[in-house]
Write a protein that binds this ligand. Structure first.
Ligand SMILES: NC(=O)C1=CN([C@@H]2O[C@H](COP(=O)(O)OP(=O)(O)OC[C@H]3O[C@@H](n4cnc5c(N)ncnc54)[C@H](O)[C@@H]3O)[C@@H](O)[C@H]2O)[C@@H](O)CC1
Ligand SMILES: Nc1ncnc2c1ncn2[C@@H]1O[C@H](COP(=O)(O)OP(=O)(O)O)[C@@H](O)[C@H]1O
Ligand SMILES: [K+]
Length: 496
């Protein structure tokens, strides 16, 4: 699903108004009817409704919703903190609201409201032009302390859609109901406490116009071409389903290698090899009998460049440490290995500390840093909008694919296109969960044969196995090992 900026959304509104054609007041009615339907499907009319309406078109939406709810026998009260002189469509809807004469229009929000209430934020939407101050700021602080159900129309008031929000005076919604396309701000971790869950309501803006809009940002959806490439051919044999080698862990840190190898195995790889030091061979053989062992010459660290000529893909880095021999192995892989490289965790720190190696990164290499590791590569940033800019320029400069992990992991390619991943949850924030992602990436690459498409799909499946684990086991109990089991349902879900 494409993410558009405010300017593009305005143009899409305008294009629809002129070419459908539809009057702007009727488009507002259509948009608000979708809001009304969403609300009535979830909250019955035992809930009291308070609508905070600004004086622009966001406020106009709020007034329409107030009217529609009142006509369905909800007790509705409207608060107009900005007064009554507003946009044309706001004014017209204020008249229509007054005509039905069942909605109380208040000067101020009451001091107390029952928990069985809904507060609808229709103060500012996409027209926000500066941080909220003064009396309005006090109002937002006050409602944020109420225990009611809070719904923001289009955007939580105070939040900017396309850039970092400088102030913390922002409506804290439980749900944000936005129109037609998501906004970039919804993807940023620091905004989640204001957005709550977001839903995109189809208000029937011109589809073709939106398809033709150019955007570097989107939310990932699995497409049928990629699904087909994932299917095993009936003539598959272990030699043509892909060969992957995991170079990870080391003495007393073999968990990372085992988790990555198991995830790889359960994601459809044909042959899996694990490079390991002599002391760790038994652990690997006991834990993954399916794995071939590549024995490192070093006793306790990984550092030998072995024969990888038949390997389609190598995962290098999880818990591998920072020994000099390991650094040399990384350098040799960057220079000589001809297959697909996936670099994670300590490999990324080694690159950051030995920056000349960055120039050796083969085109299309996949790197999977979390924010701590990514900052080592690109320097500090103070919010996710800055992180996204750094991500683009890093990928474009080095011609690589980076998965920047977190809530809505961002997958960026060498053209600076960013796909945000919608699956996953906080239960995945447990040591070992990133190792699985490496394994899934390695298993999928030989069938997809494109770093960006592989990364998007693997991150999606990884998050989906996390979501299924959360649903079945709960976010505290779930572990990376449980997530490996749930890959079964995750694959089934996308295959059907
Ligand atoms: N035809 C359309 O364009 C549609 C627009 N829709 C709604 O319209 C909204 C956009 O409406 P508008 O463009 O009127 O913008 P808003 O309703 O978001 O607010 C704009 C007004 O607020 C003022 N303002 C901005 N920041 C302020 C601040 N910090 N303190 C005080 N005043 C401030 C602006 O000067 C302007 O007068 C969308 O978010 C959506 O809810 C929907 O009705 C769907 C159709
Ligand atoms: N709050 C969250 N919501 C969604 N996904 C998350 C969240 N926290 C962590 N994750 C995911 O869990 C994984 C953690 O990986 P990583 O940080 O490398 O951990 P480790 O190195 O301990 O395995 C990443 O894929 C990340 O996207
Ligand atoms: K709003």
């Amino acid at each position: 699903m494409k993410i558009l900026n405010i300017q593009q959304i305005r143009e899409a509104d305008q294009y629809t108004i002129e070419n459908e054609p539809i009057k702007s007041i009727d488009l507002m009615e259509r948009a608000s009817y979708e809001l009304f339907t969403w609300i009535t499907e979830r909250f019955n009319n035992d809930f009291s409704v308070y609508v905070l309406a600004g004086s622009g078109n966001n406020g106009g939406d709020g007034l329409v919703v107030a009217r529609l709810l009142s006509e369905s026998d909800y007790k509705v009260q409207v608060i107009l903190p900005l007064g009554k002189n507003g946009s044309d469509d706001f004014e017209e809807n204020l008249k229509r609201l007054k005509k039905i004469n069942t909605v109380l229009i208040l000067e101020e929000l009451p001091e107390q409201i029952s928990e069985k209430s809904i507060i609808i934020d229709a103060i500012f939407g996409s027209g926000l032009s500066r941080p909220i101050e003064g009396r309005l700021a006090d109002l937002i602080k006050k409602v944020n302390n109420f225990e009611a159900n809070k719904i923001a129309i289009d955007m939580p008031s105070g939040l900017f859609a396309d850039k970092a929000s400088p102030s913390e005076i922002i409506f804290k919604a439980d749900y944000t109901l936005s129109f037609q396309v998501p906004k970039l701000a919804f993807m940023m971790a620091e905004n989640q406490e204001y957005i709550g869950e977001f839903e995109i309501l189809d208000i029937k803006l011109d589809k073709e116009y939106i398809n033709n809009c150019l955007s570097d940002y989107s939310i990932y959806e699995v497409d049928s071409v990629i699904k087909n490439r994932l299917k095993l051919k009936s003539i598959a044999h272990k030699g043509n389903r892909g060969r992957a080698t995991i170079i990870a862990g080391g003495y007393a840190r073999m968990g990372a290698a085992i988790l990555a190898a198991r995830a790889c195995l359960h994601s459809g790889i044909g042959l899996i090899s694990v490079q390991t030091c002599p002391h760790c061979i038994d652990i690997v053989q006991n834990q993954i009998p399916e794995a071939l062992i590549l024995t490192d010459e070093n006793e306790y660290v990984l550092g030998s460049y072995l024969d990888y000529s038949k390997q389609d893909v190598i995962v290098f880095g999880p818990a591998i440490g920072f020994a000099h021999k390991t650094l040399v192995l990384l350098e040799n892989l960057l220079k000589d290995y001809q297959g697909q490289l996936i670099l994670d965790a300590d490999a990324i720190t080694l690159l950051a500390e030995n920056r000349e190696l960055l120039n050796l990164l083969p085109e299309g290499t996949i790197l999977t840093p979390h924010h701590g590791e990514f900052k080592r590569l690109v320097g500090k940033y103070s919010n996710n909008f800055e992180a996204i800019m750094q991500l683009k320029s890093f990928c474009m400069h080095h011609k690589v694919v980076v998965v920047l992990k977190g809530k809505f992991s961002a997958v960026c390619n060498a053209d600076g296109k960013i796909s945000f991943n919608p699956t996953g949850n906080a239960g995945m924030a447990k040591g070992g969960s990133g190792d699985l992602l490496c394994g899934i990436l390695a298993a999928i690459y030989p069938r997809i044969k494109n770093s960006y498409e592989t990364a998007k799909l693997a991150v999606y499946l990884h998050g989906l196995s996390g979501d299924i684990s959360k649903e079945e086991k709960g976010e505290n109990f779930m572990t990376p090992s449980i997530m490996i089991e749930k890959l079964q349902s995750a694959f089934k879900k996308i295959e059907n």
